[in-house]
Unconditional design. Structure first.
Length: 276
């Protein structure tokens, strides 16, 4: 259990204090935090609450969203990412998760949007190195390519990361988003060779797809993902960091947070831990 982390999104409606308490009470040693509830509680207070509970912060979600062309909106996005790097360092987290963003309004230029992600990373590399924070590009399932993330595969994420110091830019391996990729095992191995696995996130792919596809995640074991092969690949790639359970699911959000934490822990113990 020493590597298991409960991502705050899994108990979305719990405030920060409750999320920390529930995580600690479940015997989980790490929590993945989100910027919005941290801001609501206050950055210094949030860091203190986590520290006093004896937990560590596995990652901070999320920054990115910088696919727009040059102009005031892009400058604001880059500045917000710099603030997010500072917040990550203040929380003692090693990783800031980046979601690239979708197509700018009125655009169909995926190639140009992805290029602008690389340009933003070039602006942020020094900030990340100075803060000791690894920016983690998260590839999202292709169904989100237009509205959330123009980065759809682990290979694309690694290509974007390649020009930069691995201490500054890595990738997220999120089972929900990448399990379908025919080349996923090869790309996980590549990420290991390049030293770029910054986070391993686990949740399942539930069927049928929810009316809001974002909410089709489930506890490991509830859906169709092969956690054995993916976990072994991540381990073989040399990743020895925290493993987060991050679930977006309305029924899970509506449940009692303590019960969710207990079930997430049990799913990890049964489906993920045996393959470490």
């Amino acid at each position: 259990m020493s590597r298991f982390s409960l991502n705050q999104a899994t108990i979305k409606y719990a405030d920060l204090e409750t999320a920390v308490r529930v995580t600690a009470d479940a015997g989980i040693e790490s929590i993945g935090l989100w910027r919005e509830p941290v801001a609501a509680a206050g950055l210094e207070h949030s860091a203190r609450v986590v520290r006093d509970a004896g937990l560590r912060v596995s990652s901070l979600c999320r920054a990115g969203f910088f696919t727009m062309p040059e102009g005031p909106a892009r400058r604001a996005a880059v500045d917000d990412n710099r603030r997010a790097i500072e917040e990550t360092a203040a929380l003692g987290a090693p990783t800031l998760v980046l979601v690239a963003g979708g197509l700018p309004e009125g655009s169909r230029d995926l190639v140009g949007a992805r290029a602008r992600v690389g340009e933003a990373l070039a602006e942020l590399e020094h900030d990340a190195l100075a803060a000791g924070v690894q920016l983690a590009i998260e590839a999202l399932h292709p169904m989100y390519v237009t509205d959330r993330a123009v980065v759809s595969t682990l290979g694309q994420a690694l290509d974007l990361a390649a020009p930069f110091d691995a201490r500054a830019v890595g990738v997220v391996v999120d089972t929900f988003h990448i399990f379908w990729d025919p080349d996923v095992l090869g790309q996980i191995a590549r990420a290991g060779v390049e030293g770029r696995i910054a986070s391993y996130q686990v949740c399942d792919w539930n069927m049928p797809i929810a009316a809001d596809p974002l909410l089709s995640r489930g506890y490991p074991g509830d859906g169709l993902i092969d956690f054995a092969s993916l976990t072994r690949a991540v381990v073989d790639a040399g990743y020895d960091g925290d493993i987060e359970c991050e679930i977006f699911n309305q029924e899970i959000w509506d449940a009692e947070p303590a019960l969710v934490a207990a079930r997430a822990r049990a799913a990890y113990e049964n489906l993920v831990e045996p393959h470490l």
